[in-house]
Design a protein around this ligand. Sequence first.
Ligand code: ADP
Ligand code: MG
Length: 265
Amino acid sequence: MSHAAHHLPATSALIDGRVVSRSAAAAVGLCKVYGKGETRVTALDEVSVEFGRGEFTAIMGPSGSGKSTLMHCMAGLDTVSSGSVRIGETQLSGLDDGALTKIRRDKLGFIFQAFNLLPTLTALENILLPLQLAGRTADQQWLDAVVASVGLADRLKHRPSQLSGGQQQRVACARALASRPEIIFADEPTGNLDSRSGSEVLSFLAASVRELGQTVVMVTHDPVAASYAGRVVFLADGRVVDEIHQPTAETVLARMKHFGTGTVS
Ligand code: ADP
Ligand code: MG
């Protein structure tokens, strides 16, 4: 280890002579309060969490525990009340709307419960649209790998209405991957899918982590979905209360029961 590396925080690494964070994103002491007076709600209460590069993390917790708020604050879609959020090497606090928009466009990928594909575009056109809007030329090798891993080679010229729900969500996943973002945030990505389509989407997300080195953070209330991740972070009442590594559906379910507020559905 070089002399310089000795003085780095444990969360940083020296790569090619540059100090680089080991994690793709982190929140430190993150608080989010909505409303005031009688309607005041503390959605996030001193949340500190880090998401490792090339890791697949699931965020679980009862309804109202702050899962979506955490995702929105980390993605710069919502302001924080106190604490800090870092995406890659960039602290979000203090950035203006323009800079936040640029971060979201260049460093983040999003997958939501609703697929949000444009109905008049083909699958491939949907995948490429964000890059085109950003005026960026794609890394062709990366795009080829992403498109190949969607497993829709014969359907890339189809429109969303000609695809199943699971296929549409895989297209939405490929769209999130296309710009090779620092991190992908997915909020209940399988919430609208039957279990078979859901497992296709989850397998695809897991493969993007394993084979392409992508970093994925996924909110879910489904223990089976969470078992595709390498790590599960549990929220309750706006706080991180536990985490498990190498989860199985059984260990996740047991932990949810332990908190006594499981929203198994
Ligand atoms: P989850 O995604 O875990 O179900 P949320 O992050 O959506 O939870 O919500 C956490 C808490 O914050 C809840 O009590 C919710 O009612 C509250 N909340 C979320 N968004 C808002 C908002 N825009 N205005 C007021 N309260 C909100
Ligand atoms: Mg939510």
